[in-house]
Design a protein around this ligand. Structure first.
Ligand SMILES: CC(C)(COP(=O)(O)OP(=O)(O)OC[C@H]1O[C@@H](n2cnc3c(N)ncnc32)[C@H](O)[C@@H]1OP(=O)(O)O)[C@@H](O)C(=O)NCCC(=O)NCCS
Length: 220
């Protein structure tokens, strides 16, 4: 099955000036039955239901607010509004993963830096109900190829706790190289946690990263 990608671009007018859309946003990517598409405000009910039944599954890997940090927005609506505002500016690309037409997780590209950097950081999670079917590797591969293609980034990185064996399998399947180790890097599950840093640059994958996943590896 081949990959399909569509890009929706819009220009908006404000005070007579045309605002360019952020490159590669919004987008819908698809391969091997896994769809990755831009987050919408209307995802609220699905997001809440999936997050609620996956609390124990996600808690050890979820970002938390460090002591003295600004509290997070309290509702899905506020979080989504902030994310979509950042997406319009090209600072964050919040994607939803769909499997069999259902909300099945998220892939988010954050901390997008332009100028001489041209990089972003990718985070992801899936509903435990679809775990172990290669959904995250496929979704992350689609997003990496999108970032290194239409979005125009040069480098993407993925930071993983050394204890997160499931996520280490994802970067392994994608063939990402470890480029560093960051002690006490992010506040996760209530404390500062070490992370292994994996990265890939455009030059390393001239034909895209998705082709590294074997063609027979599809969700069952
Ligand atoms: C990490 C994660 C996104 C992987 O998603 P996925 O779609 O299941 O990825 P894969 O199918 O490639 O499975 C990866 C590994 O998970 C393990 N796994 C497989 N089935 C599983 C199941 N039903 N339940 C738990 N783990 C399972 C296996 O070790 C598998 O490796 P294998 O394919 O060599 O057997 C998912 O485990 C998850 O959402 N975890 C919680 C959030 C998280 O850790 N996010 C990443 C932070 S860096």
């Amino acid at each position: 099955m081949s990959s399909r990608t569509s890009y929706v671009t819009r220009s908006s007018r404000s005070s007579g000036a045309t605002i360019s859309p952020a490159p590669g946003w919004p987008a819908r990517l698809e391969s091997h039955g896994v769809v990755v598409r831009s987050l919408r405000r209307s995802d609220a009910d699905d997001w809440q239901a999936v997050r609620a039944r996956n609390q124990d599954w996600l808690a050890p890997w979820d970002a938390t607010v460090p002591p003295g940090g600004a509290p997070r927005p309290a509702s899905y609506g506020l979080v989504t509004r902030a994310l979509l505002r950042q997406a319009k500016r090209g600072q964050t690309l919040p994607f939803v993963i769909e499997v069999d037409g259902r909300f099945a997780g998220q892939v988010t590209v954050s901390n997008v830096a332009r100028g001489s950097a041209q990089w972003g950081s990718i985070g992801y999670w899936v509903d435990a109900a679809v775990a172990g079917r290669g959904v995250a590797p496929r979704a992350v591969a689609l997003v990496i190829d999108h970032c290194l293609g239409p979005v125009g980034l040069h480098r993407v990185e993925i930071c993983v706790r050394p204890e997160n064996t499931n996520s280490l399998r994802v970067v392994e399947k994608l063939g990402l190289e470890q480029v560093g180790y960051a002690p006490r890097f992010l506040h996760i599950d209530g404390d500062w946690r070490d992370h292994r840093i994996f990265a890939v640059t455009r030059e390393e994958v001239p034909y895209g990263i998705e082709q590294r996943l074997s063609t027979h590896q599809s969700h069952q």
